[in-house]
Design a binder for this molecule. Sequence first.
Ligand code: GDP
Length: 452
Amino acid sequence: MVLAQLGGSISRALQQMSNATIIDEKVLNECLNEITRALLQSDVQFKLVRDMQTNIKKIVNLDDLAAGHNKRKIIQQAIFNELCKMLDPGKPSFTPKKGKTSVVMFVGLQGSGKTTTCTKYAYYHQKKGWKPALVCADTFRAGAFDQLKQNATKTKIPFYGSYMESDPVKIAVEGVERFKKENCDLIIVDTSGRHKQEVALFEEMRQVSEATKPDLVIFVMDSSIGQAAFDQAQAFKQSVAVGAVIVTKMDGHAKGGGALSAVAATKSPVIFIGTGEHMDEFEVFDVKPFVSRLLGMGDLSGFMDKIHEVVPMDQQPELLQKLSEGNFTLRIMYEQFQNILKMGPIGQVFSMLPGFSAELMPKGREKESQAKIKRYMTMMDSMTNEELDSSNPKLMNESRIMRIARGSGRQIREVMEMLEEYKRLAKIWSKMKGLKIPKKGEMSALSRNMNA
Ligand code: GDP
């Protein structure tokens, strides 16, 4: 079960509960059982799931809730909070500071995506103004240095390694020393990964850690690792002071629930997720927006950050203002589509938009979705200003629909489909009415409000 499916199952369980006329013990139990099943199938550790169920039952005491209470909302909020709690160890990880040297060491099993992630991490910080450098202390895997070198050269990040030297500790120390002298403020040390948890690997890791005294050790975990995630993460944590987790290959068919287990095992937060093989397929991980996305509620803060990144500064206030007014017109939908096409990697952006993810863009079918958006936009090009700016659904009568179909060379059925899509999105976006639009980088109050 991929994470999107987990989200879907949880949302469905909540929906079924919403459909019930009376929410009693039986309905609540059914809902919780459904969620438990979904989490277990997604490889979340059994104990975590059991604790979550117990906690929700403690919080939602149906007998104590007065008749006036919105039980559904209280249950939904409790589930949201518990899922957040699972992913939030309660303390933030060390964050490197610009201009001050930090050493960050990467650990993980071979094939987890460690080397790729080292470069993604370096590249991410480089784009934000850091001066990163990469040290390859993986002397075990033939080709590890070449791979790091290749990635580093592509992204113009300085690197250090050796074809001759076989002592990883020596390389790590030399690399760190050199880049300290060169005033690099983020020195990233990639270590060897083996096929499985081997005593020798852990000993080597411990030695590299002792010699380089990293400010942060990041455990890289492949999201497809499944139920083994907990033990694996714990084994690493017992050998070195893991302070953060990065979960890779979240774009694949992984069950993803292992991420939750890794957090529990290392008591460290997930700080980034890898969503593809390319350098920029790397996302900052924030618990609340992630859980919102998981539950199909969208991730407005991520979306806002993307808007800040790609929409020209002078157009931002206008667009955000329109969104917060809650009048989701066809023109706004058109502008959203324009932005989405500009924003690329389209999949990432889509999943952040409430309502835009599962229905409009099923995972793995990004190309088709892109074509669909373009088709919708062609049809909207045949609309009048009055039609684009109206939020009155009754305006779009038969003769207008026929005219738009003729004008865009499309079928009437397709225009109707586009209008249906608009209605669906308008309904979701109407919830944004009156909400405060966050400034760049601000953790959004929006996603919290959407969940309230
Ligand atoms: P290492 O042995 O842990 O250093 O792993 P590598 O960095 O060599 O990665 C192993 C494979 O996983 C490579 O083919 C990477 O391109 C791929 N990979 C790494 N991260 C991701 C990711 O987030 N998504 C996908 N789809 N592939 C990834």
